[in-house]
Design a protein. Structure first.
Length: 277
């Protein structure tokens, strides 16, 4: 029985230059703008893929670009499995709204902590230092707390961390079954999307990832930049991981072959797949 999903994860892009950059440097994270409703907007750093079989991907290529690198799914899972996941599609948006409510609880808990720390500082007392790890419990600080108020703050910080972490993960890998793109409704489920999801506040190469929770904040960030890539978050791809390199025409083959030769990966020349044949 033929599997309806490919053993390859395809990352599509719009230009030959972009494909060449991926082959030279690796995949770079950029922001996906997710509008869940009139009130819920998130810009999430990620890298998107699909596992639609190549021969069934024409509609997808028309939407996202006619160039692609196809990476072996098992290699991707073994290499980036802590960040990689298929998207979870839902018919109703209650799970997404529920995750959003957890995010709102994070904001409230964060405000509680900031208010308390400001009050402690004003009183000349040292701020509470709490490690940002899972499983923080008040009992672990027995004898170190000044009063019941400190215990409340620790619990608030614990709730803050848990709620925010889980809410972000759910928001990052969940999508409505039906969405809109450029004003047109479409069945998002048909895209068979996978994502490398960059957690909020993750550090890499001296940079810290940021999620944007309002469209205005994202637009302000984007207006100051030449491109929409997240600095420092590049994911190398190994020669053995590449199943396909997709280009539009034979006249583009020499450029890709040259890139492969630069990388010492000329062995991949037989993986080049030309659409215009």
């Amino acid at each position: 029985m033929r599997n309806s999903h490919s053993g390859t994860l395809f990352h599509y892009t719009r230009t030959l230059e972009s494909l060449s950059s991926i082959l030279r440097e690796g995949l770079r994270a950029s922001y996906s703008k997710e509008r869940i409703s009139d009130k819920i907007f998130i810009a999430i750093p990620m890298i998107s893929f699909c596992d639609i079989p190549f021969e069934c991907c024409e509609e997808h290529r028309e939407k996202y670009g006619r160039y692609a690198v196809g990476l072996n799914k098992n290699w991707m899972i073994d290499t980036y499995g802590d960040l990689l996941s298929p998207v979870h599609y839902v018919l109703r948006d209650e799970p997404i709204r529920g995750a959003w409510r957890h995010h709102e609880n994070y904001l409230k808990a964060n405000e509680t902590v900031r208010t308390y720390e400001a009050r402690k500082k004003a009183a000349g007392e040292e701020k509470i230092r709490v490690p940002w790890t899972l499983g923080i419990v008040c009992e672990g600080y027995a004898g170190k707390l000044n009063d019941k108020e400190d215990c409340k703050v620790l619990l608030a910080m614990n709730d803050l961390f848990h709620a925010h972490e889980y809410a972000n993960y759910s928001l990052g890998i969940t999508k409505n079954y039906k969405c809109s793109h450029n004003g047109k409704d479409f069945c998002a489920y048909d895209e068979c999307e996978w994502r490398i999801l960059i957690p909020e506040h993750k550090e890499a190469n001296g940079n810290t990832s940021k999620w944007f929770w309002t469209e205005s904040d994202y637009n302000a960030w984007r207006s100051d930049r030449e491109n929409g890539f997240l600095d420092g978050f590049t994911f190398p791809i190994e020669t053995e991981s590449i199943d396909y390199i997709v280009i539009q025409s034979e006249k583009e083959r020499p450029m890709i072959t040259s890139v492969l030769e630069e990388n010492g990966s000329l062995i991949l020349a037989d993986k080049i797949k030309v659409l215009d044949v």
